[in-house]
Design a protein around this ligand. Sequence first.
Ligand SMILES: Nc1ncnc2c1ncn2[C@@H]1O[C@H](COP(=O)(O)OP(=O)(O)OP(=O)(O)O)[C@@H](O)[C@H]1O
Length: 624
Amino acid sequence: MSRPFQVDLTGVIELLSRHIYSSPRVYLRELIQNGVDAIRAAHKAQLDAEAGTTPALAERLDTPRLTVTPATPGKPFTFSDNGVGLTADEAAELLATVGRSSKRDPELGFKRDDYLGQFGIGLLSCFMVAPDIVITSRSRRTLEDGSRPAAIEWVGRIDGTFTVTELPADQSDALPYGTTVRLTANHGEDSLLGEDIVAELARTFAEFLPIPLEVRGESVVVLGRDAPFLTPLREDRSEVLEYGAELIGQEPLAAIPLNVPGTGTSGVAYVLPYAPPPGAAATARVYLSRMLLSEKIPDLLPAWASFAHAVVSTDYLTPTASREQLIANEGLQDTQEGIGRAITAWVKDQAENDPHAISELVAVHHLSLRQMASHYDELGAVLIPMLPVETSAGYLSIEEYLAITPHIRYAQTLDEYRQVASIVSPDRPVVNAGYTFVEELLLRMPALREGVTAERIAINDELRNLGPVPFDDSQRVGFLEKRATTALDNKYLQVIVRSFEPDNLPGLYVADPDVIAWIERDKARETAAGPWADILAQTQDVFDNLGRGSKAQLCLNWSNRAVRSLAAVDDSVVFTRSLRLLYAQSKLSGHHPLTAADRTMLTEALDDLITLSIGVSDFNFPEN
Ligand SMILES: Nc1ncnc2c1ncn2[C@@H]1O[C@H](COP(=O)(O)OP(=O)(O)OP(=O)(O)O)[C@@H](O)[C@H]1O
C-alpha cells in the first residue's frame, strides 16, 4: 500500500530560514506578494464570471487595496488584502500543503505569468517571525449551487498542526471580502513586526507596487508611486536622474533607457559618475512586476558593464525559490544580450553625436569601455580611437598616437614596456599593451583605418636600433665591453655599449621574456637534484629553442658621463665596484627585481666605495 510522505514542519522552517531565505525579513515580502496575487486572482475571477465560465462573484473588486498594521503592545501585526479570499476547502488544501500553489498551471505545472508566487512555500516564512499564523478570509466567489461560502478562520502552528473553522453567518457577513493574516511574535522577539521595521520593509519592497499599500502606523502612509525608471523616455528626465542620484549617492553621468520586450523587462542603466573598483561586478536592482526582488542581481548586465548600475522591472524572468536571485535560463541570457545592445547603441550614439558627453565617459570609464569595445565590432571604428593608452610619449588616445605615426608599436607585457619605454625615440613611441584588452584593440586598428599597421616590438631589436658609438671611440668602447663583462663575472650577462638618449641614464638591463625564462630554467637545472633534475632536463629539451644560451644584456650608455669616466678608471677595485653599482641601478630603473646575490653585491659595492671615498687607505680590498 503506498503511503503519503510526512512533512516535519519545524525541519522545513529551519531549511527555509537557514538555507533559502537570506533573512526573516522576507516574511513581509511574501505577504505582500500573496496579497497582490489574491487581487490579481479576483480580477481574473471577475473576467471568468463575465465570460460566463464561472458563477457571478459575490462582489466585484473595484478598488484594490493592501493594508499593513504593525504590531503594538497587546495588538498583533496584521496584513490584509481585498482580493479573491479563500473558502474553507481552499484554505485547508492550499494554506497547509507545503509545495501546493494555486498559481501554477494545473496541467503543465508551470508558473502562470500573471502571478508572482509559484512554489507554495511563501506563507511558511511567517513562521520565522511568529509561532502561529492566524488567517481570516471571506471569499468573493459564489459556489456552483449559487450559495455564498462562509468566511473562515485558519490557524497554522509551528508544531505542524492547523485548524479551519467556518465562521457563523453574522460574523461572516461582517467581514470584508479578502484575507487578513495576523501574527503575534514570541515575547521579546517582536521587533520585526513593529512599526520601524515594517515601515522600512514595506517601502523597500512595495515603493513602486501598482497596487497601493497602506501602512497604518502612528501615521498612515500610502506606498505605490510611479516608478521613475519605467518612464525614462519622458521629455523631462529630471525625475529619472534624481532617482538615480538617490540610488547611487551621486548624480549619475547619464541614464540609458533599457527595454527588452521579449521578457517584459524595462528600466534604466545609470552610468556611474566614478570609475568602479577594478574587478567590480556589474549589478542591477531588479523588480518583479514592480515588487523588489533584489538590490544586487549579478547576471542581468553583461560583465563589461560595471560602469553602470541598472534598475529594471521584469514580468517574465523567473526568480529562484528564495525570490532573491534570477534563474540562469535562456530568458535571462536574452535579456542580458538585449541590455548589452541597448548600452552599446547608446555609447555609439554618444560617440557619433555628443563629443562632450563621450569624452567625459571615456575619461571616467575607459577601462570598462576597452572591454566593451573588444566585445562589439560595431563599436570599434568610433570608440577604439578615443580610448587612452599608456605610451612612451605619455598617455595618449589612440587617435593622438596615430597623429604621431600610423605604425603602432606595442610592448606585449608591462615588463617589456618598462625596459624600453625610456629609450625609444619620441617619433616612434611604444604603447604599453600589458593591460587587458589593449593588444586586442590595437590589432584591430589596421582593419579599421587604411595605412595603419600594428606590430609587437622585440626588446633586442630596440637595442640594435640604439645609436652606435662614434668611430673614434670604438676601440675604447670595445675594451670597456670586454673588461666589464669579465668584471661582472656572470655567465648569463653580457655588457654592450651604445649611445642613446637620455644621457642621464647610465645603462639598461635588458632581457626578453624568453631569455629570462631560459636563465631561470638553467639555474634551476643546476641546483636541482634527484628526480626533479630529470624532469627539468626533459623540459629543458622541450624549451630548447626558446632563448637557449642567450644572455641578458647590460647596455651601458656612452653618452653618459659616469660611463665614460668608468672607461678611464685604471684601478680595478674602483672599476668593479662602480660597474656593479651601474648594473644594480640599471636593473632597478628597468623595474627588474634584484636577486639576493644582486643585493649582496650592491651592498658590498656601496660599502667599498664609501670606504674608498672617505680615504681609508690601510684596508685590503679583495681583488675581484
Ligand atoms: N492572501 C491570500 N489570498 C488568497 N489565497 C492565498 C493568500 N495567501 C496564500 N494563498 C493561497 O495559498 C497558496 C500557498 O501560498 P504560499 O505563499 O505558501 O505560496 P505561493 O504564493 O503559491 O508560492 P510562493 O512559495 O512562490 O510564494 C497560494 O498559492 C494561494 O492559493
